[in-house]
Design a protein around this ligand. Sequence first.
Ligand SMILES: [Zn+2]
Length: 103
Amino acid sequence: MLFVSLYCNQKHKIMAKFYQAVLKPMKNDKEVLESAYPNLVDTKYMPTMKERLGDAECPNCKDEGITNKKETRWMMLADETVAVTQGGKAYIECLDCGHTTHL
Ligand SMILES: [Zn+2]
């Protein structure tokens, strides 16, 4: 069994490739929602931020009592991430605690 495993590893050598994400602030809720729902732009079905996230405060930070911050900072996950490709939605991650949810 070990032999097979080693053989397979040699035959299908996997190369590591690294990417670096660069955070770019988004202008406003409209830009965020249009990025998350490009097919709903200029339709009556475009949700509001209030409908999607309420006050957009991170629920985990709230539960953990992380109150020494002035704002919730969300990062939109790249289309290539597993959350987005498998979830099929726009996912966001809290930059203060790592909580992930979708828009
Ligand atoms: Zn958080």
